[in-house]
Write a protein that binds this ligand. Structure first.
Ligand code: ADP
Ligand code: ADP
Ligand code: ZN
Length: 216
């Protein structure tokens, strides 16, 4: 099964992907995580990505398409949950071409919805473990141990682009460049499934699991 997971920043894509991929035998490929790893490597490309991400703008399509094509090729024939890619119509077209070439078309596009007020509160309270990557929220999904990860003892950190000013930019980029991707998939005949992200994390997981089961 190959799924594209969409939704505004903070909708809960990463949280839900982490909860569901194992059950459905999917590999989770997050473009943001891939770019942050490149940034952490200190490479020339990583430095360029860091500047763009800090401003809340989108990384140019050529770079995104090349890096994601490599990551998808590395997954091979396994099931796939793409999180954060594609984010422009040009990226969606490139993904269609890649998947067509591999003979592995998309099964569905799952869109997690959330409204602007929720998004800002979710993103500014987002924390992640610097050691194991587990995600938290200071109010909605706190660690049982405060600033320390309750899974591995690692320290919780905040992404430097999770500040309110940058969130506004990211939200604007989503509306302008990414919402048209949903329309693109609808007109191209892909199965688009909307999930209400303004519920408790468990309720969202239940709705998503039901949607994925209907595709098996
Ligand atoms: P995305 O990957 O879409 O940017 P995340 O999964 O990282 O979003 O979630 C953003 C923040 O909101 C995280 O801190 C997460 O713990 C929290 N969160 C995720 N889903 C919910 C939810 N349904 N209700 C409240 N908070 C949530
Ligand atoms: P979120 O889901 O919270 O918006 P991500 O971790 O998916 O955050 O993305 C972080 C940043 O990485 C984005 O603001 C953007 O700069 C860059 N990025 C991630 N995916 C893409 C993409 N498909 N196209 C362009 N830029 C991207
Ligand atoms: Zn941890």
């Amino acid at each position: 099964m190959r799924i594209v997971l969409m939704g505004p920043p903070g909708a809960g894509k990463g949280t839900q992907a982490a909860r569901l991929v194992e059950t459905f035998g999917l590999k989770h490929l997050s473009s943001g995580d891939i770019f942050r790893a490149e940034k952490a490597s200190g490479s020339q490309l990583g430095k360029k990505l860091a500047e763009i991400m800090a401003a809340g703008a989108l990384v140019p399509d050529e770079i995104v398409v090349e890096m994601m094509a490599k990551a998808i090729a590395a997954v091979g024939d396994d099931g796939l949950m793409l999180d954060g890619f594609p984010r422009t119509v040009a990226q969606a077209e490139a993904l269609d071409a890649t998947l067509k070439q591999n003979g592995t078309p998309l099964n569905a596009v799952v869109v997690i919805t959330a409204d602007d007020g929720e998004i800002v509160e979710r993103i500014t309270g987002r924390r992640a473990c610097g050691s194991c990557g587990k995600g938290f929220h200071v109010k909605f999904m706190p660690s049982a141990r405060g600033d320390i990860c309750d899974a591995c003892d690692g320290a919780l950190t905040q992404r430097d682009d999770d500040r309110e000013e940058v969130v506004r930019e990211r939200l604007a980029a989503y509306k302008k460049q990414t919402e048209p991707v949903i329309a693109y998939y609808r007109t191209s005949g892909a199965k688009v499934i909307e999930v209400n992200g303004s519920q408790s994390p468990d309720a969202v997981t239940a709705d998503m699991a039901a949607a994925l089961r209907s595709l098996e």
